[in-house]
Design a binder for this molecule. Structure first.
Ligand code: PSV
Ligand code: MN
Length: 390
């Protein structure tokens, strides 16, 4: 193909797969308002159908992540067949220990063994779901922490967390993994039990090789050098998955690459440098986003295309010249080489490449031109639209 994207780069791009989250297709909002949208799915089957559109038009999203209990169904094998009929797989299973009254003061860290038991059992149930769906990853994000200094015994909670995770880990099958996601604040504001990559790393390292860290790009303090964390976790062999999204202020869950495409480029450059785009990559790339005011399916299409575009640009970094400049101490040459790749517009070449693979050159326009949206708006009348907690 064209001058910029070599066959080698295209082969790497061919492998890029980004899981989409089922919750992106449901209604979402802020604590102020959740807007309903015509055509919003009413159950996991309809969410999977929408997700399949993203893959059909981009070739980039072959799996859908589920959230339990939001995506609870009677028979997961039926949901799996439904997904496969539509050309996608069921992906990461996300647990949920943040919506029951019992969990007000913690779940896996709770002082009360009865509450802890309930939370551990929920995760074991998630592993059962994984056995039916064929999912590889169990993703654990915990809403646990405290609001006031002195409120909680942080040390005791960390120890109980280790014990709870060990029990969950023991339930994993040979080909299954646990990924532990960190977040620096919210819903707790003073301390969070898994606030940073170091804590997540310490916990998963103690479990064993099937436990890895999940890095959600929106879960860091402003100004954090996220690509450094990516480098370090890859170096340690513990970067298990990404939750991609972007943020201006906190955990905004906006379209990845929308707020800061350069940051996404820097992250993908480090992923590439650390071998994370190789065939045997340990990384599951996933979106963790909501689309509060924009069309949800188009929002997901835009997201996976943004990841593809910044990955292509990252692959354009002239690594030989960069190393040479670095070793020569040529600060500005090195920076220039890095920036040259970032400033290279690859949209036209990616469009041509898509067309050559039987995909629409412009997936956004292809979706707008299709009758999918009007069909779901007509067909999905009645029932209760899915949203947070449904
Ligand atoms: C909450 O911050 C969150 O966005 C986490 O990132 C999880 O991955 C997601 O919700 C689903 O539980
Ligand atoms: Mn997340």
């Amino acid at each position: 193909m064209g001058a910029k994207l070599s066959p080698e780069i295209l082969t790497t791009l061919e492998r890029l797969a980004i899981e989409v989250p089922s919750w992106a297709y449901g209604n979402s909002g802020t604590r102020f308002k959740v807007y309903g949208t015509p055509g919003t799915p009413r159950d996991p089957f309809e969410k999977v159908a929408d997700a399949a559109q993203v893959n059909r038009l981009t070739g980039l999203a072959p799996a859908v992540a589920l959230h339990i209990p939001w995506d609870k169904v009677e028979d997961y094998a039926v949901l799996r067949r439904h997904a496969e009929d539509l050309g996608v797989q069921l992906g990461t299973i996300n647990s949920n220990t943040f919506q029951d009254d019992d969990y007000k003061f913690g779940a896996l860290t709770h002082e009360d063994p009865v509450v802890r038991r309930k939370a551990i059992d929920h995760h074991l149930e998630c592993i059962d779901v994984m056995n039916s769906t064929g999912s590889q990853d169990l993703k654990i994000w915990l809403a646990e922490g405290s609001n006031y200094p002195g409120q909680a015994d942080m040390r005791g909670r960390q120890d109980r967390l280790a014990d709870s995770l060990a029990e969950i880990y023991a339930g994993l099958g040979d080909d299954q993994r646990l990924v532990l996601e960190y977040k620096f604040f919210e819903p707790s504001f003073y301390h969070t039990d898994v606030p940073d990559w170091g804590t997540s790393y310490a916990q998963v390292a103690a479990l064993g090789e099937k436990a890895m860290v999940c890095l959600d790009t929106g879960h860091h303090a402003p100004g954090t050098n996220i690509e450094f964390i990516v480098m370090q976790l890859l170096r340690l062999g513990k970067l298990g998955s990404f939750d991609f999204n972007s943020r201006f202020y906190a955990d905004d869950d906006l379209i990845v690459g929308a707020a800061d495409p350069y940051q996404l480029f820097r992250i993908m450059a480090e992923v590439h440098r650390g071998g994370g785009l190789e065939e045997d990559t340990p990384i599951t790339f996933m979106l963790d986003q909501c689309h509060n005011v924009e069309n949800k399916i188009l929002g997901q299409i835009r997201s996976v295309l943004n990841v593809q575009e910044m990955t292509a640009r990252a692959l354009l970094i002239d690594r030989v010249a960069l190393t040479e400049a670095q070793l020569a101490g040529d600060v500005l040459k090195a920076n220039e080489i890095f920036m040259n790749a970032f400033y290279t517009d690859v949209r036209e070449e990616l469009a041509q490449w898509r067309a050559s693979r039987g995909l629409p050159a412009d997936p956004m326009e292809a979706f707008r031109a299709s009758d999918y949206q009007s069909t779901i708006e007509n067909e999905r009348a009645g029932g209760v639209q899915a949203s947070w907690g449904a």
